[in-house]
Design a binder for this molecule. Structure first.
Ligand code: PEP
Ligand code: MG
Length: 759
């Protein structure tokens, strides 16, 4: 008895294996014949019902992201084809689609959520087995078999149907079922809109360039399982070696080691290889078996609430991609030619890689990323529109697809309809027109109607930014973020390298003032070669000048590089994140000591040195008078200052836009800073992102901030608006709004601007 029960499953599985291989072969032959998409689908349902001995086989495909449509059936009423539709999650079919999990029941009408579809004649069928048709997490449809007799389907039958669904998914991907109905245009042909968030403003039209192109599997069915098993074992072997090699590399941080160890664990997991080998036994090719496992992992990923587990499962996803690349030989370099006006589409990208692409990119769309990520910093420095959080775009986009990037709204339109593309082009044309108008103001000062001139400066962080200095009409560089040179390398840059870069920056500025901010790392900016700190709240942790003062070696090296770069020219240095007088005194003393040392070594010292502080925490606004007297200037780092003022994390999408910069409480606070600087005759500027937003810029100038530093593209719009108004009147509008008890001055300012006579 025992022996028999041990033997039975093996025999069943052998039978099912050969059955499913036979079925797959018939399926492949059917698909290979000529004929339209509908014809193919009809023949497939017939073939599956026949092979599995069920009365019904139906294929439901997505017509849009929310709606499934019965596209072919054997057994249900033919009139229902293309008539019966259901929403994601509706009925048993909708449940399979929503959960990406099989539903297997002997008594379908008794199942929770069962929906009668009288038009299909379905009520007479009792048993139901539905499996998702999906490709690497991409939901394509549902494959269903039904029988009159109340029977549950065996694990092997479920398995066989899943394997068939997998092949159907591949064929759908390759456009095998393309029909005349535009809703069923082959996959990756439909227009799609991705709503993400703004990483960097701006608009661009171009063609998709995938950072990691999709692997295309063209042979889902294979005849010779032995060869396929050999291939997969070989590929997994190569994969294991490559992971070991990576792990042996030096300079890995804790997180990288963790990820690679998880990779190694999965790559060595017997279950993973065994499942893939079983799929191959059932008739799949090695590639299709990897994808089937990958799809299953993605489906599990969607169900897991625990973020740690989700990450581990996504490691498995990455691993599958590597394995596919080994099997297909489709590496990153697929030999494809970069399209005209490339728009980079990626899950995420490192700053150095993005910088390698450089300015040839028209735009960047990422699935992940954050506003303060290194990639976002580089995109900002390169002035390339960037959309982040565009979920699933790497699965949808194909190299060469047309794409519109709307950085202002945080939206990407993939393969847009003509009308959308036309409207978008109008918007780009209008912006270009406006830029032309701004260009004509380039040599004009930002003098308001009341006679006050605002000093407009630009923010920079790359050598590549400097050509914009002349073109933008900026009076100088109000903030040069020096951390990019540290972030894009995998080891600490040398003093001589930095000195030569800073010298080139000063050369390019042609005598205009450049305020170099010393290294601002920590928080979101983690150097690849520095041991990351596990801090509960990095934005309020060991960052910026706190790191500089605790590890003065780097600060001093940077200051030496700046002194040498100046080589007798004036030098401006400022420290990030100064919170109290003592910190400023200490940081300043490092500069003074280095000046002294350089002089004693016989090096040329700068003709003049300005040492300033960034005001990024509210505490500094209330510092002793001695601080304002000691510092040569104050630059308000509004991005940080605002996050601490409102206690709203600048990186957190849920709260970062919650409080208005023009909130009277914030304006009032800024006025106090203006006042304190006036009292001690200290130069003041504002260099956070808000300085580049025209209405904010007006308000800042009106309350007395004399210099605003922004990205180069904002200088034109800000200058143009300032020149059209009287700052005195703006001040009146703000005052009236405050007295009226408004929370924010924005509405009053917007209304006042709208009602102003056109100039
Ligand atoms: C700021 O905080 O406003 C600022 C300019 O610095 P960063 O954005 O680099 O933190
Ligand atoms: Mg800051």
């Amino acid at each position: 008895m025992n022996d028999q029960s041990k033997m039975a499953p093996d025999r069943t599985s052998e039978r099912t294996e050969s059955e499913s291989r036979k079925l797959l072969r018939r399926l492949r032959d059917t698909l290979a014949t000529t004929g339209g998409g509908q014809d193919r689908l009809d023949r497939i349902t017939h073939l599956i019902a026949d092979s599995m001995g069920t009365e019904v086989c139906s294929i439901y495909l997505f017509r849009d992201a929310e709606t499934l449509e019965l596209c072919a059936t054997e057994g249900l009423k033919p009139e229902a084809v293309h008539q019966t539709r259901m929403k994601l999650g509706e009925g048993l079919v909708g449940r399979v689609a929503r959960t990406s999990m099989a539903v297997n029941t002997a008594n379908a009408p008794a199942e929770k959520g069962f929906r009668f579809m009288p038009e299909t004649g379905e009520e007479i069928y009792s048993s139901f087995l539905g499996v998702p048709i999906q490709r690497v997490g991409e939901k394509l449809g549902v494959l269903v078999v039904q029988s009159k007799t109340a029977r549950g389907y065996s694990d092997d039958e479920i398995y066989a149907l899943e394997v068939v669904a997998m092949v159907l998914a591949e064929m759908t991907e390759l456009g095998a079922f393309t029909s005349d109905d535009p809703a069923f245009r082959a996959n990756h042909r439909q227009p799609e809109m991705f709503r993400g968030s703004t990483g960097q403003e701006g608009a661009a039209e171009g063609h998709v360039w995938l950072h990691e192109p999709r692997v295309v599997v063209t042979n889902p069915v294979a005849d010779d399982p032995l060869t396929e098993i050999e291939r997969i074992r070989d590929a997994v072997g190569q994969l294991r070696v490559s992971i070991d090699d990576l792990l042996a590399a030096e300079s890995l941080d804790k997180e990288q080691v963790q990820v690679l160890e998880a990779y190694r664990m999965f790559a060595n997991s017997r279950g993973w290889l065994r499942r893939m080998e079983e799929d191959i036994q059932r008739g799949l090719s090695a590639e299709a078996a990897v994808e089937k496992e990958q799809s299953a992992a993605r489906a599990r990923l969607e169900q897991v609430p625990d973020s740690y587990l989700r990450e581990r499962l996504s490691d498995l996803d990455d691993l599958s991609n590597r394995l596919l690349r080994i099997l297909t030989g489709q590496g990153k370099d697929t030999g494809a030619e970069m399209p005209l006006n490339p728009v980079l589409v990626a899950r995420n990208i490192g700053p150095a890689e993005l910088l390698d692409y450089g300015r040839k990119l028209k735009g960047v769309v990422l699935e992940e990323g954050s506003v303060g990520s290194h990639a976002a910093i580089v995109a900002r420095a390169l002035a390339i529109p960037l959309v982040i959080h565009a979920a699933r775009i790497t699965q949808e986009a194909l190299n060469g697809d047309q794409i519109l990037v709307d950085g202002d709204q945080g939206i990407a339109h993939l393969r847009p309809e003509d009308s959308v593309a036309r409207a978008f082009r109008d918007k780009i044309a209008m912006q270009a027109e406006a830029q032309k108008r701004y260009a004509s103001l380039r040599t004009q000062p930002a003098t308001a109607k009341c006679g006050t001139t605002v000093n407009l400066l630009m923010n920079a962080g790359l050598m590549a930014d400097l050509p914009s200095l002349a073109g933008s009409g900026a009076e100088g560089v109000g903030l040069f973020r020096t951390e990019l040179q540290f972030l894009i390398r995998n080891k600490m840059p040398k003093r001589a390298e930095l000195a030569s870069l800073y010298a080139r920056v000063m050369d390019a500025a042609q005598g205009k003032r450049v305020a170099f901010r010393t290294l601002d790392i920590g928080s979101d900016k983690v150097l690849p070669y520095m041991k990351p700190n596990d801090e509960p709240n990095p934005a309020m942790g060991w960052r910026a000048i706190r790191v500089g003062l605790d590890k003065p070696g780097v600060l001093r090296m940077q200051v030496q590089a700046l002194i040498r770069a100046a080589n007798g020219r004036p030098l401006t240095v400022m420290f990030p994140f100064i919170t109290e007088l003592g910190e400023f005194q200490e940081a300043r003393s490092h500069v003074l000591r280095e000046l002294h040392r350089e002089k004693s070594l016989g090096h040329t010292v700068p003709s003049s040195v300005e040492i300033g502080a960034m005001m990024e925490t509210p505490s500094l606004a209330f510092a002793p008078k001695a601080f304002f007297e000691l510092t040569d200037f104050v630059s308000i780092g509004g991005n940080d200052l605002k996050q601490f003022f409102f206690a709203a994390d600048r990186e957190n999408e849920r709260v970062r836009r919650r409080y208005d910069t023009l909130n009277h409480s914030f304006l009032r606070f800024l006025e106090q800073i203006v006042e304190r600087c006036r009292e001690s005759n200290t130069k003041l500027s504002f260099c956070g992102e808000d300085a580049g937003r025209p209405i904010e810029a007006l308000a800042f100038a009106a309350i007395g901030i004399p210099a605003l530093s922004m990205r180069p593209a904002s200088i034109g719009p800000v200058k143009s608006l300032i020149r059209q108004v009287s700052l005195q009147e703006v001040r009146e509008v703000i005052k009236a709004s405050r007295e009226a008890g408004d929370e924010s001055a924005r509405k009053s300012l917007v209304n006042w601007l709208a009602e102003r006579p056109a100039t």
